[in-house]
Design a binder for this molecule. Sequence first.
Ligand code: SAH
Length: 247
Amino acid sequence: MTPASSIRFDVLTIFPAMFESPFEQSVMARARTAGLIDVQTHDLRQWAHDRHKTVDDAPFGGGAGMVMKPEPIFEAIEAIQPMAEPPAKVVFMSPLGRPLTRALVDELAEIPRMLIICGRYEGIDERVREHIVDIEVSIGDFVVSGGELPAMVVIDAVARRIPGVLGSEASLTEESFDDGLLEYPQYTRPPVYREWEVPPILLSGNHAEVDKWRRRQRLLRTRDLRPDLLEGVEMTPAERKWLAEQE
Ligand code: SAH
């Protein structure tokens, strides 16, 4: 995987204000200040045609709810594309999309510019999906009220893959899903809290033993909590034996 050195996200939404606070704090704020990500929101209503700034209409064929009209979306995308280089891949947040996994996050992190469409109401006119969307992404098998929160999840997860966004490169290589495993248990001071002790090995100062313990805890947790992830994981014969002996 070769992540882009910086990524520009153009976001098309009827609620641009939702994107303010999440990117003004902590890791994402630092990534923006450092020029590693650029998040530009665009209010879809700018491309509405009437004075009420209408972007939705009733569905052909009847039924409940409203559907986002195609004209403002196509015109918005055609106006936003020339605002920067290179041309953006058009991403649509949707429950029909490819499920967001670590593999898909890594794939997206190679794209230097994305234009993310946030759906609202019952969704968007099918012609948008068919004719202008490059990649459709789902954050899981459930429905939320709009594409804004899903877009923020994508931007945050993808930004973390850009070198320099996390404080140290070490935090990039010891997280859940690196080598397909979940994270090991973590502890901080105090060493005893309400009679619950931190595993003594972590206080031993023996780094080799700590590494071994952590690796084995990752294997154990992954087996117990997400056995589906364990299939592709490489293990030494000793690890395999140890794991088989654990309850
Ligand atoms: N009627 C649609 C759901 C519409 S929810 C359906 O049954 O599939 C409104 C918008 O929220 C969607 O257009 C999409 O942009 C966003 N959305 C909802 N759930 C999502 C999910 N799991 N992943 C990504 N986007 C989602």
